[in-house]
Ligand binder design. Structure first.
Ligand code: NDP
Ligand code: BG6
Length: 504
């Protein structure tokens, strides 16, 4: 393998790049956005002579105050430890901070002046200006901020561009999402809007397309004739600490299922796109969403971990789910009858995200009742990224006994020298390159809200109750019962253990 491609390899246009982080004083900015920019810079995907970074928020602080705040979040990565201090000292001076409100002219006029001054200082490049606005802000301020950008801060050069990256949640239900989409859509073209869902930037989520469509092995198997259930699971072993106020307004369905898990489902279930062009892929994802039939109340289990309402920012009588299992059914030729079990929970026993494709039993199986468990194809998104296939094999020895084992591709073992990039790094780079494949299109967003809005309204009206579950547990027992009822067969006594490096 040669050198990784740099940004300049992809740039048809020349000129300077301004990355503007709106809400630069906030949590997402310091934990994800700036660190992602740092690592892109460190690896020379964005270069000092091309790029300048502007932080914008209401908080009054100097350039150095912001740089000092960010410093502790710019942590070294494997392979970058030795040059870390030098890398940080090259990166931080690229950041300038401008303070201002989100809905008044002055702040955005100052921002535009600062960007223009930088662009003029780079005039020798004689190219166009490229302006990337990253909204690390609560969605309530997206509309005024979009208006201000449109009025004062658009790229003014020929051949340059202005792009906006907006974070989830995009609305709270179908209606509010459509209102938001219209407000933003009146100001920017769809090609300028990058709706980020960071799960689409995860290494193993990006691998789904390759696995499914570059391996002959899976093509004839990937349908209702062979697959019994698909589970897409997200678990965190911590609660909503520090984000209780936000979380209580949204709940686990809006926070995780409607976006991250549904996007993964689309990639698992979609038909082969005509090509790898972003629009072809997004067309196929949309068809999946449009084929989902209404969710049945009896195929939903909600939970709330005990102690959730002790957070002072959460009302004592909150019914907001911190756990949900929801069965999604896709009415099309490939998936008729196959339940897609989406499951997500906070404050669970462990932290992991995975896709579990379970195959049907062998027809006329000659090994029954000795057989122990079904074939399962598991894609472990995090932690310990892996792809493994659970198989039934003969137990080594003189007797003809069967046991469960696996064909295992553990990334840590197989790709020891490879550093898996953070989702945000990849997605920011895609935005600079103008590649919208891993971003959510407006019609996809609408279709995703259409699926969940009726259920969300029932929850908001307390028509479906969240069952209590203990922190550190698997969630309510009823969720396991539901998964079993719709066809998932748990293999007891089998546990996949990620290989350790010492075992290599
Ligand atoms: P914060 O609450 O930290 O807000 C970011 C900044 O926005 C704050 O520093 C503040 O800056 C300004 N702000 C906060 N509340 C308001 C308000 N009511 N009106 C105007 N400005 C306000 O948010 P996060 O950084 O956590 O999240 C930003 C966005 O990213 C949100 O849409 C969130 O849902 C999304 N997100 C966040 C994740 C995370 O891990 N934090 C993960 C995934 C998505 P100032 O007062 O200085 O102007
Ligand atoms: C965010 C959610 O989108 O994803 C958080 O708002 C959640 O509640 C986070 O913790 C999980 O992301 P990851 O990449 O750590 O799985």
């Amino acid at each position: 393998m040669g050198e990784p491609a740099r940004l300049s390899d992809y740039q048809a246009e020349s000129g300077c790049l301004s990355i503007i982080v709106l809400g630069a004083s906030g949590d997402l900015a310091k934990k994800k956005t700036f660190p992602a920019l740092f690592h892109l810079h460190r690896q020379r995907f964005i270069e000092s002579h091309d790029v300048h970074i502007f932080g914008y928020a209401r908080t009054k602080m100097s350039d150095d105050d912001l740089r000092d705040r960010l410093r502790e979040y710019l942590t070294p990565r494997k392979g970058g430890e030795e040059t870390h201090d030098e890398d940080v000292s090259k990166f931080l001076p690229l950041i300038k901070y401008i303070s201002g409100p989100y809905d008044a002219d002055e702040g955005f006029q100052s921002l535009d002046e600062a960007i223009s001054a930088y662009e003029m200082s780079k005039d020798d490049k004689g190219g166009s200006s490229r302006r990337l606005f990253y909204f690390a802000l609560p969605p309530s301020v997206y509309p005024p901020v979009c208006k201000m950008i449109k009025r004062f801060c658009m790229n003014k050069s020929e051949g340059g561009w202005t792009r906006v990256v907006i974070e989830k949640p995009f609305g709270k239900d179908l209606e509010s999402s459509e209102t938001l989409s219209t407000q933003i859509g009146d100001l920017f073209n769809e090609s300028q809007i990058y709706r980020i869902d960071h799960y689409l930037g995860k290494e193993l989520v990006q691998n789904l397309l390759v696995l499914r469509f570059a391996n002959r092995l899976f093509m004839p198997l990937w349908n209702h004739d062979n697959i019994s259930t698909v589970q897409i699971v997200f678990k965190e072993d911590f609660g909503t600490e520090g984000r209780g106020g936000y979380f209580d307004e949204y709940g686990i369905i809006r926070d995780i299922l409607q976006n991250h898990l549904l996007q993964v489902l689309c990639l698992v279930a979609m038909e082969r796109p005509v090509s790898l062009k972003p629009e072809h892929i997004r067309d196929e994802k949309l068809k999946v969403l449009q084929s989902v039939i209404p969710i049945k109340d009896e195929e939903v289990v909600l939970g709330q971990y005990e102690g959730y309402t002790e957070d002072p920012t959460v009302p004592k009588d909150s019914n907001t789910p911190t756990f949900a299992t929801v069965v999604i059914r896709i009415h099309n030729e490939r998936w008729e009858g196959v339940p897609f079990i989406l499951k997500a929970g906070k404050s669970m026993k462990s932290r992991k995200a995975e896709i579990r494709v379970q195959f049907k039993d062998v027809a006329g199986d000659i090994f029954k009742p000795k057989r122990k468990g079904r074939n399962e194809f598991v894609i472990r998104l995090q932690p310990s990224e892996a792809i493994y296939m659970k198989l039934t094999v003969k137990e080594p020895g003189l007797e003809m006994k069967t046991t469960q084992s696996e064909l295992d591709l553990s990334y840590r073992q197989r790709y020891q020298d490879v550093i898996i990039p953070e989702a945000y790094e990849r997605l920011i780079l895609d935005t600079i390159r103008g590649d919208q494949q891993h971003f959510v299109r407006r019609d996809e967003l609408k279709a995703a809200w259409e699926i969940f809005t009726p259920l969300l309204h029932k929850i908001d009206n307390n028509e479906i109750q969240s069952l209590p579950y203990k922190s550190g547990s698997r969630g309510p027992d009823q969720a396991d019962t539901l998964a079993e009822k719709v066809g998932y067969v748990q293999t007891h006594g089998y546990v996949w253990i990620p290989p350790t490096l010492s075992a290599v």
